[in-house]
Design a protein around this ligand. Structure first.
Ligand SMILES: [Zn+2]
Length: 480
């Protein structure tokens, strides 16, 4: 943290929506198809072809807006953003400019100094461009254009310049990513570019209100790179100013291999794009019925889940945060608690054995062979003292491998806990008789030796004795 300068950071995030078809035509958006196989006159930009707005894109934009506390505009406008680039066949991108669909939102993040609210200026809908594939010099050095991605729907989510460190920027970005994935409107895959970020970074002397000149860092596609790029850029600008130089407004690219940012081009001002309303698309009207319906269908978001898990289910803050972090995991856990009323045990097993198994096999919770039904069947047998926790872990592994229920496995292998006092008493007597030296130690006041006796009895019972009963019987007999 520099004592003279304060960084000012705003983020523009592009979220690729997971609609089946493109934003202005019926072409498929599936990833990885043969180049240019998913195109039509509209997304190829052929003369006379007319765009038709995809209703699902609007619905997703409203969803994202409501989840980030935005106001939804009853009327918004599509505009043409004009620039020439080989992967943009029309010579302009259809976006929203003066009247976007969502404005004035916010998200709360957690920082080292407590909670902080980050403003969201706007969310607008737009189309993506195609992709250029540059061949190596040795392969002829020519460039090819793939327009499968042209016209796929994006949301651009623009924050206020409210962040003051790279950590705050990453916290905001993670929170936003968590929410849009939770909403189910994007796969959020950062490596494939479904969630990518431009960062506007400037510095100013502490106490100065006016912003410094900013540089825009383009297309950063991981949380770690965002942190590295912003930190590099802050240091670069401070050093430049301290050396008597001036920051120029420009677009810079971050190179993840070298960890530095490099100038790409001078930054365009909005007027360079000659925005004007797209005459092929009517103004978009969204009535309050539509907004309220979408509001009613919003899923419970992670922050609300986390609070509910603590207040209603009695989980710790840590457990609640871990379980609420990803929607499939939260839904698995909630299904368990609906089937068996022991939230703490459901939480422990979900975060413990289930998570361990998923990690070991690198599979997702949706592919977990131990369904909530099977897991709660197991927990129920621990809760009614049929098996001990220790045996339960073995049974869990067998459920995982065979898909059989806990009851079947316990029955087949005779794992039922021994709760017959007489049977346990006999084992206790045997162990006491076999270890006179330890009996003396216990009677001399070394309480710790009790653990040794419990272990011996459990071993003699092959883990099936009820540990609580073993404890009680041992205490009584050893005192005698
Ligand atoms: Zn098309």
């Amino acid at each position: 943290m520099n004592s003279i300068f304060e960084p000012v950071i705003g983020l523009e995030v592009h979220v690729q929506l997971n609609t089946a078809t493109k934003i202005f035509c019926g072409c498929s958006t599936a990833f990885g198809a043969t180049p240019n196989s998913q195109t039509c006159p509209v997304c190829l930009g052929l003369p006379g072809a007319l765009p038709v707005l995809n209703r699902q894109v609007v619905e997703n934009a409203i969803t994202a807006g409501l989840a980030t506390n935005c106001q939804i505009a009853p009327r918004s406008i599509f505009a043409r953003k004009n620039y020439f680039y080989p992967d943009l066949p029309k010579g302009y991108q259809i976006s929203q400019y003066e009247l976007p669909i969502c404005e004035h939102g916010w998200l709360d993040i957690e920082t080292d100094n407590g909670g902080k609210r980050i403003g969201i200026t706007r969310i607008h809908m737009e189309e993506d461009a195609g992709k250029l594939l540059h061949a190596e010099e040795s392969e002829g050095g020519s460039s090819l254009v793939d327009l499968n991605r042209a016209c796929t729907p994006l949301l651009e989510i623009v924050s206020e310049p409210d962040m003051r460190s790279s950590d705050e920027a990453v916290a905001y970005l993670k929170k936003l990513h968590q929410i849009v994935v939770y909403l189910g409107i994007t796969d959020g895959n950062m490596e494939e570019g479904s969630f990518r970020c431009d960062a506007n970074v400037s510095v100013r002397p502490h106490g100065q209100e006016k912003f410094g000149t900013r540089a825009e860092l383009k297309n950063i596609n991981s949380f770690r790179f965002v942190k590295e790029a912003i930190e590099y850029e802050i240091d670069r600008q401070i050093e430049l100013i301290e050396d008597g130089g001036k920051v120029v407004q420009e677009t810079r690219l971050f190179n993840a291999d070298t960890g530095i940012t490099r100038s790409m081009r001078g930054k365009e001002e909005a007027h360079d794009y000659r925005y004007f309303p797209d005459p092929d698309l009517l103004p978009l009207n969204v009535d309050s019925d539509w907004i309220e319906r979408v509001r009613g269908e919003l899923p419970e978001l992670p922050a609300a889940k986390r609070q509910r898990y603590q207040e209603q289910l009695g989980l710790s803050d840590y457990d609640a945060e871990v379980l609420a972090a990803e929607r499939p995991m939260a839904e698995y856990f909630e299904r368990c608690t609906a089937l068996h009323d022991n939230p703490k045990a459901c939480a422990n097993w979900t975060m413990g054995e289930v998570q361990r198994g998923l990690n070991e096999q690198s599979i997702s919770i949706g592919e977990c062979p131990v369904t909530p039904e099977l897991l709660t069947g197991l927990i129920a047998r621990i809760d009614d003292n049929t098996i001990s926790n220790k045996i339960a872990k073995q049974v869990f592994d067998q459920i995982w491998q065979t898909g059989k229920s806990a009851d079947v496995i316990i029955e087949e292998q005779g794992l039922k806990q021994v709760t017959d006092t007489g049977a346990i008493e006999a084992l206790v007597d045997e162990v006491i008789a076999a270890n006179p030296a330890q009996v003396e130690q216990f009677r001399a006041g070394q309480e710790k030796v009790l653990g040794f006796f419990v272990g011996q009895v459990m071993k003699a019972s092959k883990g099936k004795a009820n540990p609580q009963m073993v404890n009680e019987l041992l205490r009584n007999k050893l005192k005698g």
